[in-house]
Ligand binder design. Structure first.
Ligand code: ADP
Length: 494
């Protein structure tokens, strides 16, 4: 990767613009005239202002989405939807450096991560879902009832979809939601997190440039309690997809009940990383370190609980500690930076509070890397040992670079799985082993939406979502796009 800062000037210029809402194909201020500021978590600098949408703006966006669905959007053939999405992916590719720099400014993540993961992932997600637009279909069904029937199913777009995304991977997450919804023929209203509105705003400018019919995509920047809540309650919204905290997920389930909105939720996690005695200890240590320290641990399926067989425990924990010790923590724009700040001072205090509580409850602070000095919101990569299942650091999602490392003895796989499954969450699980049989047996026993063996990352083709309190439904893959459809059965007497 080049360490140059190309795209940064364009990103800064974009950030400073007077940002408005994108509704019905037009840029307009919030009806209330309210705005809010967004800052760089790496140095606290003011980046720009976004419009603060409220219920009245939501009404306009929903009306525009409905009109698009009832009008031109439903006339557009799947192959044309595919072309529009592919064109959007090309535009993102063309502006990739600028978008990556904008993401780093607003979210704080290392520029190298934004360039190597967030933006390419968004491009691939669009291209993957573009392919699905022409392949979504139903089945013919053989009926057994009296009479002779011709019966089949069709898949129709679910309708107006509100998409609420968090701040940890704002661009990749927004695109991961928008791409399948548009491919399926839905109309979308996107609400980015109030901490990170900028790349969603840039995405809206590119969607405008591609030329989707007006109203098919609207962007409402604003706060969760106002814009988000109004979207989730709105009777004209047919589906809500949300990625964020489990608490807010619970609020959304209740708010969506009024008109029985379809709801997809990607919530918290407490992913276990299990290292069996035959694993390659060095690879497992590096994998475990990446899993918890990437994005400063602000990833819903960060590997935050490490379970290592006692024969490898010291080597693996030492390996993770070594990684943490060498990790360069600093502002995302510094080309040397490997781990950026957390998103806000509140998040920094929250993560630091968990580390303190863990130590007060009896955990050992085994290793802690260096955190850059302020004014950014830096938290050192931290490894706790001697943790026990009742401690808050083991039970709760910290959403920071904090690993709880535990060892196990010669328990059988059932017991190892029981320990790993002892969590309210069930998003991901990781196994390090070279024993094929143990890998597959554990994969069956683990209660998680994704089980990874010896590495692996996110892929637009691989369904992603959680068991238990980690959510409802799946994103990505066939399941991801089908979640934006309603199935209709048609039966005709012949
Ligand atoms: P985090 O705790 O990681 O900040 P949240 O779950 O609070 O995550 O926020 C994720 C997204 O949910 C953001 O876009 C936020 O504005 C939105 N949000 C927060 N509260 C609500 C709510 N009551 N209704 C709808 N959206 C909300």
């Amino acid at each position: 990767m080049s360490s140059d800062l190309s795209g940064l000037e364009a990103a800064r210029a974009f950030a400073q613009g007077a940002h408005r809402l994108f509704i019905d194909g037009q840029w307009r201020p919030a009806l209330s005239g309210k705005t809010f500021a967004t800052h760089n978590p790496g140095d606290g600098a003011l980046l720009g202002h976004a419009a603060s949408a409220e219920a009245a703006d939501v009404d306009l966006a929903v009306a525009a989405a409905r009109a698009a669905l009832d009008g031109p959007w439903s006339e557009i053939k799947p192959s044309e939807r595919a072309r529009l999405l592919w064109r959007l992916s090309d535009l993102i590719e063309k502006h990739a450096d600028e978008i990556a720099a904008l993401e780093t400014l607003d979210n704080g993540k290392p520029l190298r991560d934004a360039r190597l993961f967030d933006v390419p992932h968004a491009i691939e997600t669009l291209r993957y879902n573009s392919g699905w637009a022409t392949k979504l279909g139903g089945e013919t069904i053989n009926l057994s009832g009296p009479g002779t029937w011709h019966a089949y199913t069709v898949r129709e777009p679910v309708g107006v979809v509100a998409q609420i995304v968090p701040w940890n991977a704002p661009f990749a997450m927004a695109v991961a939601k928008v791409a399948p919804a548009l491919a399926a023929g839905c109309a979308v209203i996107l609400k980015p997190a109030e901490e990170t509105p900028l790349t969603a705003l840039r995405l809206a400018t590119l969607i405008e440039e591609v030329g989707f019919p007006k109203g098919v995509f609207s962007l409402l920047t604003g706060f969760g309690e106002t814009a988000g809540a109004a979207l989730v309650e709105h009777p004209g919204v047919d589906k809500v997809t949300f990625t964020g905290s489990t608490e807010v997920g619970r609020i959304i389930i209740r708010a969506a009940a009024g008109n029985f909105k379809r709801v997809t939720l990607e919530l918290g996690g407490k992913t276990p990383v299990i290292v069996l005695p035959d694993a390659d200890a060095a690879r497992a240590a590096e994998g475990a370190a990446r899993s918890i320290f990437t994005n400063a641990g602000q990833i819903c399926n960060a590997g935050s609980r490490l379970f290592v067989h006692q024969s490898l425990f010291e080597r693996v924990v030492e390996g993770v500690a070594d990684y943490a010790g060498k990790l360069r923590v600093g502002p995302g724009l510094d080309p040397e930076t490997q781990m950026g700040p957390v998103i806000s001072d509140a998040q920094k205090q929250r993560v630091s509070g968990y580390i303190r509580a863990g130590v007060e409850q009896g955990a050992t602070l085994r290793a802690q890397g260096a955190a850059a000095a302020g004014p950014g919101f830096f938290v050192p990569p931290t490894i706790l040992t001697q943790t026990t299942p009742e401690m808050s650091v083991v039970r709760e999602e910290i959403f920071g670079p904090v690993l709880c490392a535990m060892s196990f003895g010669d328990e059988d796989l059932d017991q190892i799985a029981r320990t790993a499954n002892a969590s309210d969450y069930g998003l991901g699980a990781v196994v390090w082993t070279n024993n094929l049989s143990a890998a597959h047996r554990l994969a069956r026993k683990l209660k998680a939406g994704t089980v990874r063996v010896n590495g692996g990352g996110l892929d637009p083709a691989l369904p992603f979502g959680g068991f238990k309190q980690s959510g409802w439904g799946r994103e990505n893959g066939r399941e991801g796009i089908e979640a934006y459809t309603e199935v209709k059965a048609v039966a005709m007497a012949v």
